[in-house]
Write a new protein. Structure first.
Length: 342
């Protein structure tokens, strides 16, 4: 079980860390953990990477729709405000990663940061666990892909640029909403969209290949914002983009619905109705990402708008597109896992 940290402020600390934006109203509890492993592997066709690294558990950005919220229940915590405020830090992340990278099965494989948390959430400014892991990746010449909402990734722009030259690196900024008020309603403690677009610009100027993740698409709220997000990302130097429809696992739905009805009461019913219509028409209600097919005309219209705008702007796409059908076989083959970073 992770050990809770409780220390008074240190007046002799040599570093000073400030929030990039409004600080959260929920009291933060930090738990230290000596993890047993740091690289997670999956072969799901719904997940566009095979290996991932998560230096933290939980996320201070408090996005109402976060699909990873149920993972906090494995620790005996809740999927609501516990996920936002009870953060577990893996103190030995870099040490474990060094050991993992020495194994042959990871040679040349892309590592995704993170998967079930934001590796650049505010605690990273003080703890530097993600940076230490990236330094291990550079030493091992391991290619890295990052998906984040945080402007803090700018701190490591030069490190990521060096990693790109040595092995490969790509950073996606998750910007599902261009409207500042909508973003604050659903992503209360994440940096503003404007700051994320500026982060894209600074990374691109540093020589880091960048992309924009319209993830998730919130039906009834964000479809009309798709062209603006893509245009602003392209203008900031992004070269890639992907789109994934909102997915609400059982424990996430009440968190999302409560936030939606509190922050955007006049649009809540429209959003929930549009989402339910898409999911009801979907052939596989558990699928998302690369297998989002057959979700009805509304999803197809949003996807077409995304793809047409990407073609117009010259943005490469990949994740979120339907998997190409395979030749018929005696036994139906398992869907191919889609790759986001390579």
């Amino acid at each position: 079980m992770p050990r809770r940290v409780s220390n008074p402020p240190n007046p002799w600390a040599s570093t000073h860390v400030e929030w990039l934006g409004e600080p959260p109203s929920v009291a933060l509890e930090v738990y230290e953990e000596r993890a047993r492993s740091i690289v997670a592997e999956n072969d799901s066709p719904d997940v566009p990477f095979r290996f991932s690294v998560n230096p933290y558990r939980g996320c201070q950005h408090a996005c109402a729709y976060c699909y990873a919220r149920p993972t906090h229940q494995y620790l005996g915590f809740g999927a609501g405000t516990d996920f936002d405020s009870r953060i577990v830090v893996k103190l030995n992340a870099a040490e474990l990663l060094r050991r993992e990278l020495a194994r042959k099965h990871l040679h040349g494989e892309w590592l995704a940061f993170s998967g079930v948390t934001d590796c650049y959430q505010p605690l990273e400014a003080a703890l530097g666990l993600t940076r230490a892991c990236l330094e291990e990746c550079l030493a091992a010449r391991a290619p890295v892909g990052v998906v984040t909402k945080s402007a803090l990734v700018r701190r490591d722009a030069q490190l990521l640029a060096e990693l790109e030259r040595a092995a490969g690196a790509r950073v996606f900024l998750s910007i599902p909403l261009a409207d500042e008020a909508d973003a604050r309603a659903l992503e209360p403690w994440a940096p503003s969209p404007a700051l994320r677009f500026e982060t894209l610009r600074q990374l691109a100027q540093a020589g880091v290949p960048t992309g924009v993740a319209l993830s998730p698409l919130v039906p009834g709220l964000s479809e009309s914002q798709v062209p603006e997000i893509l245009e602003r990302a392209r203008e900031a130097g992004a070269s890639h983009a992907f789109l994934i429809l909102l997915r609400l696992p059982a424990e996430v739905r009440p968190v999302f619905e409560q936030r939606l009805r509190t922050a955007l009461p006049l649009r809540a019913d429209r959003v929930l109705r549009a989402l339910d219509e898409m999911r009801a028409q979907q052939a596989d209600p558990c699928a998302f990402g690369a297998r989002m097919q057959g979700a009805g005309p509304r999803w197809e219209a949003a996807r077409d708008l995304f793809e047409i705008t990407c073609r117009r702007l010259g943005l490469a796409t990949g994740a979120g597109e339907p998997v190409a059908p395979l030749e018929p076989a005696a036994d139906p083959p398992r869907a191919r896992q889609h790759m986001l970073f390579d």
